[in-house]
Design a protein around this ligand. Structure first.
Ligand code: 4NP
Length: 159
């Protein structure tokens, strides 16, 4: 069976989307489903391309046993929109940018991370870059909730 391919997207691909990638990989691994998924992340901008995740984000994630290993890259259009089944933005600006980058016939693959939350009422994963520790914790809280919801959604949706 084909793998379900998921691309998480934020602005810089050094805080939120690499965390989403790592949280989702950890979750599918815990469920013994790693072989059924391909999970990646990318940034709307390439400002941090080639860099590992933000040190602060890495430290907060490690406290939850989540290791951030991905290296930042920019979203590629049209290739990413053709290749991935789910393209998931973190906030409304990401969504707007993804819709404008996407080929017209691929916009149905785009969704927002918080749409999968069942515990949190946040309507975006807030950018933690210029804030303090609480912002990084909130990112991880929302992502853990959303990834659970996303996995349930995919299991029901079939793809
Ligand atoms: P991210 O956070 O989009 O969650 O990776 C940011 C990282 C870098 C910048 C902004 C947001 N920046 O302005 O460099």
């Amino acid at each position: 069976m084909d793998k379900t391919k998921i691309l998480f997207v934020c602005l810089g691909n050094i805080c939120r989307s690499p965390s989403a990638e790592a949280v989702m990989k950890s979750l599918v691994d815990k469920n013994g489903m790693s072989n059924s998924f391909e999970i990646d992340s990318a940034g709307i901008t390439g400002y941090h391309a080639g860099e590992p995740a933000d040190q602060r984000m890495q430290r907060h994630a490690i406290n939850r046993n989540i290791r951030l290993t991905s290296i930042s890259r920019q979203v590629k259009s049209p290739d990413d929109f053709k290749y991935f089944d789910y393209i998931i933005g973190m906030d409304d600006q990401n969504m707007e940018d993804l819709y404008s980058l996407s080929p017209n016939d691929k916009t149905g693959k785009i969704s927002k991370m918080t749409d999968y939350c069942t515990q949190h009422t946040n309507t975006s994963v807030p950018d933690p870059y210029y804030g303090g520790a609480a912002g990084f914790e909130l990112v991880l809280d929302i992502l853990e909730d959303a990834c659970e919801g996303l996995l349930n959604y995919i299991e029901q949706d079939g793809k």
